[in-house]
Design a protein around this ligand. Sequence first.
Ligand SMILES: [Zn+2]
Ligand SMILES: [Zn+2]
Length: 268
Amino acid sequence: MKLHILGSCSGTEPEPGRHHTSLMLEVNESLYVFDAGENCAWKAHTSGLDLTAIRAIFISHPHIDHIGGLPNLLWTLRKLDWCNPHCMAGKAVDVFTSCEPAFAAVLQLLRHTEGGFNINFSLTHHPLHPGVILQNADLAVETLINHHIPDDRSFSFRIVAGGKVIVFSGDVRSIEELTPWLDAGCDLLLMETGHHKVADICHFVQERPQIRHLTFVHHGRDILDRFTDQWLTCTRLLGPDRVCISHDGQTVNFAEPLNRHTMPTVKL
Ligand SMILES: [Zn+2]
Ligand SMILES: [Zn+2]
């Protein structure tokens, strides 16, 4: 099982070498997408990932740095089916969002693109709700509502797959919102820093040894403007084997110790 970090940035202005948030979990022969930042299809395809293996796409909330790449991702599936006829025939892609109008707008956009959006695979929208939203032979995905935005439209994810437990914050108002999951422990916490201080998150994790590894995603100015300082803060508080500041194109291979993936991110 592998986790591909396709985009590691929050919704800042365009950043050299970084794109909006998107994660892709490769388990067995299938791919599962968690958030779809603007560059996710390009990054995955040019990294050698077979997008036609996508089974489900989960959008934590309808902000553009999490959903902006969804139209292009769906368009790319159609394009790949054209280039390699019928490679998508009979397949099913499930899209989970908290905002049906946003998904409808994505489809509307695609229908107005040259050639329309005629697909020969099943594309189904599912509203997000708290609790287990998908369970199959590959993985189980559970959600909880967080308070990043009002009206119960922002979600966090807990993924159980390959004998591992992964918590992906999405955007959250406070890490405390994830306490029920984090107190129970996880192998990997993917925590956003677009709205939080690196040191605050490290202190929270420091008190919970049941969180085995912390990887920062969705970087905001706290990391982008002071990478070296923030990296030193992370390693001082948690040690270099337990924390990682992710970069675009990074892959976590769960067959190896997670700390093996910390070093490529160090840019001292
Ligand atoms: Zn965001
Ligand atoms: Zn947001």
